[in-house]
Design a protein around this ligand. Structure first.
Ligand code: PLP
Length: 285
């Protein structure tokens, strides 16, 4: 396997960054993850747009333009012989002697890219079984719209999920409403048959998979409602599912130990997974 580190490809095992990288010391950086279909980048434009927005929000310089970055991502995919999988990009503010404030003068941002294969057949079998989620209190900062590498609350939430046999944790805010998953957006199909997911004016990540699924849902003529829901509503919903570059569209069959519907993946979520994959595959570049 090969990784890209600051301008060159090196063997994955030899890929290193400096101990005074601000990503390492201060989580002062952002990341993006693209799904790969047939060796191509899914939802490419949406992820690039969010990357530039994340960088601008933190006043980190763009390390290169979109065309150059596309070449690097494609080369990472090619060198790792990935047909189906994920490509990961991380940009940090760079290497400087430790100080909370930004380095002055500025230093070049650090860029790292890795790519890994997914066993799509295994992923499909898992999707046919669906997954469980558990709820955890929302304890993250006020800028979850930025795809920051500061993921400690997400890591702790995901670990709590794993220890309880679940694949994802849903954060629940002070009002008892689900914000999003540790690495995905949360959805239900409510008692009226409406697709429900939280609006992105709140403090959550605007998922690129979520945005593409909006197009799929509109084309399918299904009713959609950007309105948050409680855990109780989700437990009594017709269906539940999550979206993200890693999971695509994945049916949820239990929440905090309570079955959703009959405890098997719902027909709408299953259909939306197929339609999402078809669209993402067709539009991949
Ligand atoms: N919410 C969080 C906290 C995430 O980390 C992610 C993805 O990693 C998502 C939502 C889904 O975003 P996307 O669909 O762009 O992968």
């Amino acid at each position: 396997r090969f990784a890209y580190v600051n301008g060159r490809f090196v063997r994955h095992g030899d890929a290193v960054v400096h101990i005074e990288d601000r990503g390492y010391q201060l989580a002062d950086g952002v990341y993006e993850v693209w799904a790969i279909f047939d060796g191509k980048l899914a939802d490419a434009e949406g992820h690039f747009a969010r990357l530039w927005r994340s960088l601008d929000s933190l006043r980190i310089a763009h390390p290169m333009g979109q065309a150059a970055l596309t070449c690097v991502l494609r080369e990472a995919i090619r060198r790792n012989m990935v047909r189906d999988g994920l490509v990961y990009l991380q940009v940090t503010r760079g290497v400087a002697r430790r100080d909370h404030a930004f380095p002055n003068p500025a230093v070049p941002p650090s860029v790292v890219v890795t790519a890994k294969s997914t066993d799509r057949a295994l992923a499909e079998r898992k999707a046919e079984q669906g997954g469980a989620v558990v709820s955890v209190p929302e304890n993250r900062w006020g800028r979850c719209d930025i795809k920051s590498i500061g993921l400690l609350p997400n890591a702790l939430a995901k670990q709590a999920a794993r220890e309880r046999g679940a694949i994802e944790a849903w954060f629940v805010d002070d009002l008892g409403l689900v914000t999003e998953g540790a690495s995905s957006n949360a959805w239900i199909i409510d008692a009226e048959g409406h697709l429900r997911t939280r609006d992105t004016n709140a403090n959550i990540l605007r998922g690129v998979t979520r945005s593409t699924l909006f197009e799929v849902i509109r084309d399918a003529g299904l009713p959609i409602n950007e309105k948050p829901f409680t855990i109780a509503e989700a437990q009594s919903a017709r269906e539940a599912f999550i979206t993200g570059a890693g999971t695509l569209v994945l049916p949820i069959v239990s929440i905090d130990g309570t079955k959703v519907g009959d405890g098997s993946p719902g027909p709408v979520a299953t259909r939306l997974r197929r339609l999402y994959i078809e669209r993402a595959r067709a539009k991949a570049i």
